[in-house]
Design a protein around this ligand. Structure first.
Ligand SMILES: Nc1ncnc2c1ncn2[C@@H]1O[C@H](COP(=O)(O)OP(=O)(O)OP(=O)(O)O)[C@@H](O)[C@H]1O
Ligand SMILES: [Mg+2]
Length: 275
């Protein structure tokens, strides 16, 4: 009797699948296109850095994935369903987003900012929603005593952490980060990278991160996608993308900043060098 033949494993559903997407803003003579024939597939567990010049449509693309906006043409599928079905307060149970400009509610405490999406859902009593929010605050390295502070009383790094806790409040499998380390000093940026790496690993998240910061990109990415000429021109590990012959890639990865980010970290100066 012959041995049973194992059925071939079904290909895993990508977490994000974008097909032939186009985005046009304005009408008539004012119309201008941001994306054309853009394709991108993000597999489960990837931590994808999305890079491209300013104004190339990175934030617009994240908003399409979040279901906040719809492209002019093409499809955006998230976990097998059209992104537009996600609806969009930015904290759905499928996609969490850390917005480019922090965007905490200034009139709400830290705790209420994190619990906000749960209050809106009205499926949990308020006290339970706050307990969930406390767990998320601990998860991003904040202490219980930070919970009642107002956003204006927080450091830049703490604001990012609160925004991250808010994005994760409903345990989404997909996290979108728009410039998560922008505005942080090198120390704050390193700490935030460590936190993101840990959460990506322990929560099994799929992450799409827009960044201009090469240190962050090299520290975290499993892959890099380059947005140029209105579509994704490359999607590969950072070391491969960095070798491409393309003006943006050359400037971004092989300019002064790029070479610094790729170089091994300098060793601590000795006393003689310091004096
Ligand atoms: N709602 C909108 N209506 C009209 N134009 C828009 C709208 N949203 C974005 N744009 C335009 O689309 C283009 C892409 O914007 P987007 O914010 O995605 O750029 P970006 O790649 O995120 O840039 P940056 O790196 O500076 O954040 C810009 O020219 C912007 O002005
Ligand atoms: Mg942007």
């Amino acid at each position: 009797m012959s041995a049973p033949v194992a059925a071939p494993a079904a290909p895993a559903t990508p977490v994000v699948e974008i097909r032939d997407l186009a985005t046009v803003f304005g009408t008539g003579a004012q119309a201008f296109s941001v994306h054309e024939h853009l394709n991108l597939t993000v597999q489960r567990g990837e931590l994808l850095s999305l890079v491209g010049g300013s104004g190339t449509g990175k934030t617009v693309l994240l908003r399409h994935i979040l279901g906040l906006t719809e492209p002019t043409r093409g499809t955006v599928t998230v976990l097998g369903r059209p992104a537009r079905e996600l609806g969009g307060d930015g904290a759905s149970s499928r996609v969490g987003m850390l917005f480019q400009h922090g965007a905490l509610f200034t009139a709400f405490s830290v705790l209420d900012n994190v619990a906000f999406a749960l209050y809106e859902l009205r499926t949990l009593p308020r006290a339970l929603a706050q307990e969930v929010a406390m767990v998320k605050l601990r998860m991003v390295g904040l202490k219980p005593e930070h919970a009642l502070r107002m956003p204006a009383d927080l450091s830049g790094g703490m604001i990012k952490r609160v925004a991250l806790a808010r994005a994760l409040v409903m345990d989404p499998p997909l996290l979108l980060l728009d410039e998560p380390t922008a505005g942080l000093d090198p120390n704050g940026s390193d700490e935030f990278c460590d936190l993101l790496r840990e959460l990506h690993a322990t929560l099994g998240l799929t992450v799409i991160m827009v960044t201009h910061d090469l240190d962050t990109l090299y520290a975290l990415s499993t892959k890099v996608a380059v947005l140029a000429e209105k579509h994704v021109i490359a999607h590969a590990p950072a070391v491969e993308v960095a070798q491409l012959e393309h003006p943006f890639v050359e400037h971004f990865f092989r300019g002064q900043r790029g070479l610094r980010a790729m170089a091994p970290a300098p060793t601590a100066p000795t006393r003689a060098e310091e004096s």
